[in-house]
Design a protein around this ligand. Sequence first.
Ligand code: CA
Length: 284
Amino acid sequence: MGKFCISLGLMVQCDRMMLSHLRQCLVISVCLSLVATVGSALGEDEVLSRLRIDFESVDEGAARKLLSHARISLAVGEGPDGSDAIRVDYVACPRGSERVVASFPLGQGMKEATLLFDVKFGEDFQWTKGGKLHGLGPKKPITGGAKRLPEGWSARIMWREEGKVQNYLYDQDQSKTYGIGERTKKGVFMPGKWHRVVIEVKLNEPGKKNGFTKTRIDGKEVAKTEGVEFRGEGGDETGIQLFMFSTFHGGHSTEYSPVDSKGKFTTVHAWFDNFEVVEGLRDK
Ligand SMILES: [Ca+2]
């Protein structure tokens, strides 16, 4: 009887401990789910976003810097939703069109990031053999056929003949002069139409060929390049640190240059709005 009483007492004691433990678990899990909810709510708009340019305020920051470029002007009310946007003038030259480039630091190096923007090519836009569109890079990106460096790389896209789209990546392959990457078989960009561009970049681990770039246009994946060795070494400076505003025809020959009906160099245009760089991979 004595033994039974002691056992019963222990069982009651155990039940109490379990109940108290259960309560603690419940409190902890409720707290954790609250944190997760707040985190994801903030994440959409504030925590994950590294850069946003919508041209609704152009007196300072990145918008002002872009508008200080001689070939970029404010396009009032010409954005995809009737808001303000920018227009880029592509002025023909012997190697395509004049370079319209600007860099924007994004802070601490990221291993994964997504660049999003809207683009509309003019009704009379000339694709020629191709040209560059914006992308992401490390602190010191490699472009223009420059010598590959362990800490350098870049991930942009190109338009090609008939509005085709190509990933355009500078990786660690010393045997290549220019960028590499998959391209679409058919045209994707249409003159006179706004397109939503989403470029996801996942960097490789140093020493491994396990990076990738995926490009989506208007919600559809059009080009995926996998097994990429973007960087040859680690460190914050080799992470995704730069938004590369970079657009021009070329290339390096007149095959890339826009010309008029008489074959003379001409100027064509494209419009841009709603640039954003977010941490992590985001399909949108
Ligand atoms: Ca806008």
